[in-house]
Design a protein. Sequence first.
Length: 329
Amino acid sequence: MDLLKKAIERMPKYELVLAPTPLHRLKNMEKEYDYSNIYIKRDDLTGLGPGGNKLRSLEFIIGEAISMDCDTVIAGGPEQSNFCTLTAVACAKAGIKCILVHNGEKPKSLEGNIVLNELLGVESHFIGKVDSSVRGKYEEELAERLENEGKKPYIAKKGATTGVGALGYVNAIIELVNQCKTDNIKLDSIYAPGGNGGVATGLIYGNALAGFPFKINIISVEYDKAELIKNIEETILEVEELLGLKFEHSVEDASNIIDDYRGLGWGENTTESSNEVLAFPRSEGIFIENVYNSKVLVGMKDQILKGKAEGNICYLHTGGFGSLFSQYK
Ligand SMILES: Cc1ncc(COP(=O)(O)O)c(C=O)c1O
């Protein structure tokens, strides 16, 4: 792990996360499922804005933008993108202008993350319901216009599923190993969501380079298994290039990618995930949103019931609190 630590310490980083985020037991769930040692890693409490996983990526994204002397960061995503809102809060803290590009329509009434973006006074472009490649082109053209005006824009690409963005969860593995040591906690298995695969890439790569302290279980919420693995493989290549350290494994050998709880796909609730959004806060006092965290919990609980969960398990809560307020109205 020393090599990994040294390699990541060489990367430009702007501190945003109140690390380490809390790690504690879910005692009510342990009782309900008659399973000892269920932990939660509270990346919903990363410490800025509504919190969440993307702040870890943004430490390295904003770090890179600052190292390149950029004065404006452009980020894109759907209207309720957690990445967009967290980019806006990160830019506020770093004193950099933020411009958000949403591939969606401006909602008639402000809700969820859009409220937070308004409160932050961020410049938002709503470019209608187009796919993410069209949004990417818009971001490039916007950057070009800004450059012509003498600005120095930086585009935070692909919702942070890039090599630089994935460094956030490589770093989180180092944090978790140290936290377990300091707090005398033994963790065997981690359960985390797989959207585009940035979180998964960081966890899988970091865990392998740290000598496999944990078993990484990724619950896919967006793509089928083959496509998620392809995304992770491509992003791992970028991380290898940045850190100069080879992964030397296959994604399938180094992790457990599970595609049994996705239902009809991103943002489409299953009966179980809709129930979980109510069950989890009512049992633990911790809110989860619908798209990512509910399906991970459904998956983890099902694995417990089927006897597939191994040893002391840990659910990685990735936040997304802002979007919850648009999911229930
Ligand atoms: C709250 C939350 N959790 C998890 C994820 C998944 O991250 P990734 O796209 O890196 O797989 C996202 C991505 O937007 C998110 O907003």
